[in-house]
Each structure stands twice: as C-alpha cells, then as structure tokens.
Design a binder for this molecule. Structure first.
Ligand code: TXA
Ligand code: MG
Length: 357
C-alpha cells in the first residue's frame, strides 16, 4: 500500500486534512498522527478488523494492549465500565495530557485492544492535531506508538516512515512532538493505584493527588508488582547493543571513556548517547577515537533541561542506530520528574546491560 504523508500546521490543523484522516479511520484504515508525547498509529478502536491491521502493521505481539484515545473525559463512559472518583480527579487535573488511565473495560471494546484483559487504558491527548482528529472522527481511536515493535517510539514523522512506510494509509506530519516520551500509565483498578509505566506526568505530581500511589518496577523483579503487559525489558531496543551507565557522574564518565577505548580497540564502532554536559566532559578523552572514526556522539538535551532531554532522546537514539554503530554507551538523567521516564526507556533499551559506578 502507498503511504500518504500530509503536512499539517500544529497550531491550526487544516480541516481538509483532518477530515480526510477521519475518513480513512472510519473506513478501517490506519493513520499515524502526532500526540504531545510521541506519534501514535491510529485505528478505529471498536472495529476489530482495523485493530487487527494495526497489530499486523507494527508486528506487535497480541499480548501487548493498546491505549484508546478519546476527545474528552465525557467519552470514558463509552469505553470503561467504571470511572471512580480517584480516576476522575486525575483526569480533571491532567487531561488533556500525557497520562493513561487503566480502568475496567466495557464488553464492546474488542478483546484484541486489551490483549484479553478485563481492563482498558484510556487517554485524552493534548495536541491540536490529535484533538482535531478525535473531534472530527467522533470515534475512540486505538493508538499505540507508531513504530515497529521493539523500535524506539517515533517523535517525528520521519521516524514513522522509517518503520511503517507502505504499511499504513496516512501520516499526519506536524513536526516533532513536544514531550518526547510516552504517557504515564496509571492503573486505577487496584488500591492503592499503581504506576505501570513512568512517563510524562511525573510521579511527584501524581502524589499530590494520590499520596499512596505505587510504582511498578521496570525490570519485573519477582516480589515486585507485575509490570504492565507489554512492559517487557526488550521494548525500545535499537539495532546496536546498548549499555547504560548509571551512578555518580565522575565515575560514570570515567567508565564510559574506558569502555569506549576498549570497544574501539576490538574494532567496534561506538556510539555515545548522553546529555550535553556529559558529552562536554567526555570530549577530551574521546577526541582521539573520534578522529579515527571509531566514535560517534549523539546528544540528547541537557541535564539542566530535563524536558529537552526527554524531547530529544528517541531521535538521538535513532540517529545513532541509523549511523550503524555496533555498540552504544549511554548515560541517563537522575531519576526525578521526567528523568525517571528517560531512565526507564534507556534501561529497557539496554535489555539489562546496566552498569553502576
Ligand atoms: O504517550 C503514549 O502513551 C503514546 C501515544 C501515542 O498516546 N502511546 C503509547 O502506546 O505509548 P503503546 O502502545 O506504545 O504503549 C501502551 C502501553 C502498553 O504497552 C502497556 O504497557 C500499557 O500501555 N497499557 C495499555 N493498556 C493497558 C491495560 N489495559 N493494562 C495495563 N497496561 C496497559
Ligand atoms: Mg510503544
């Protein structure tokens, strides 16, 4: 199938473009569209064939439930069986916005969407294009991130095309997304509520509303609450092998530099994925390796600007991967606010290769 790319103005999306995208969805087609977090791959959530096509295009395992996007909290009653007071309070505070509420599902929601679970993830996105599409189509839109399974989430239309060209009908391109990491997934079907995926709404902000909210572990260690289905370690894996270095900055940087030298000596091409401050500190020790083409650096934002770091993370990761490096050495942000989501995504990309200094 030919994939159409249509540019839309982020702040004033063209009605014609939105109408034609809504039409594709109504007919059971697949439309990639920007949300404030990442691009989503949309399908009519109540159309089983469209949902099946969505999983096929992404090569997504059927065990991984997808999020249903709606235009406003008023639509939750059509998807969920119950909308308890705590969930309403979170919705009132953060919607439209980057938090997904897991609630008991209604039987009309196809089992494929929820991977057979009795619960469904719902969110109201805060992006003018997503909002216009939801209003115009007047349907609930199932939308996982618009990447091929196990690739990093797309924050630009180019990323969507790199993964899904000729597999979907349409991409609405409104430029880079504003947040860059996916929504926080909050399970409100248990008490106390559980954050199943850290994301753009920080746990610190959630605690102001839900003081007893708990955090699922990223690794699914036994003894910890189960992570969300689909929250397997191998989830954001680049082609290159990524090792994440965490801990005290001076120790971490010394180790990254040493590791880069060791790997380069074996003939590997090494990519460094790190915030600006780390790259600056590493520059003197990496210069000799960079000069002989053994090292590539890819910066994502800065420690002093965690929001920018989150926004740039997936693009920086994809750029390194596209350069064909064999090994990626990454450093993360401190695990506060949105830094926790950045750390979580890098931990998953590392598939367990996490070194502590
Ligand atoms: O920011 C986002 O959430 C983006 C944009 C497009 O909205 N979407 C996104 O979707 O990241 P996806 O499919 O890549 O991630 C959905 C994740 C699942 O892997 C799972 O962890 C969780 O949301 N999830 C969805 N439904 C769930 C449910 N019923 N119970 C538990 N977790 C659920
Ligand atoms: Mg995803």
């Amino acid at each position: 199938m030919k994939t159409r790319l249509v540019h839309v103005d982020r702040s004033a999306p063209d009605e014609q473009a939105i109408a034609s995208a809504a039409d594709v969805l109504a007919r059971g087609g697949l439309v990639a569209f920007p949300t404030e977090t990442v691009y989503g791959l949309g399908a009519h959530a109540l159309d089983e064939r469209a949902v099946a096509a969505l999983f096929a295009a992404k090569e997504r395992p059927l065990s991984d439930p997808v999020i249903v996007h709606v235009a406003s909290a008023d639509a939750v009653g059509r998807i969920a069986r119950d909308f308890p007071p705590a969930a309403r309070a979170v919705a009132a505070r953060f919607w439209p916005g980057p938090i997904t509420l897991v609630l008991p599902k209604q039987s009309r929601v196809p089992a494929a969407i929820t991977a057979g679970l009795d619960t469904v993830g719902i969110r109201v996105p805060a992006h003018p294009v997503a909002e216009a599409l939801l209003r115009r189509s007047a349907i609930p839109i199932a939308a996982p991130s618009a990447n091929r399974f196990s690739q990093p989430s797309p924050t630009r239309a180019e990323h969507v095309l790199a993964d899904l060209d000729e597999r979907i009908d349409l991409v609405l391109d409104a430029g880079p997304t504003m947040v860059g990491v996916e929504s926080t997934v909050l399970d409100l079907t248990r008490s106390p509520p559980l954050v199943r995926r850290p994301g753009a709404v920080a746990i610190e902000a959630l605690r102001e509303l839900l003081p007893d909210v708990e955090m699922a572990s990223a690794s699914g260690d036994s003894g910890q609450p189960q992570p969300a289905p689909g929250q397997l370690l191998r989830h954001y894996a680049p082609r290159a092998r990524l090792t994440l270095h965490i801990g005290h900055t001076p120790g971490v940087l010394a180790r990254v530099a040493a590791e880069a030298r060791t790997l380069a000596a074996t003939g590997a091409r090494v990519g460094i994925l790190a915030p600006e401050e780390d790259l600056t500190a590493l520059a003197p020790s990496l210069a000799p390796l960079a000069a002989i083409g053994r090292v590539r650096v890819s910066g994502y934002g800065a420690r002093r600007d965690p929001a920018r770091a989150a926004r740039e993370l997936f693009d920086a990761l994809r750029r390194l991967d596209a350069e064909g490096v064999d090994e990626i050495l990454a450093t993360a942000l401190d695990p506060q606010e949105i830094g926790l989501a950045v750390l979580d995504r890098l931990t998953r990309a590392a598939e367990g290769r996490v070194r502590r200094s």
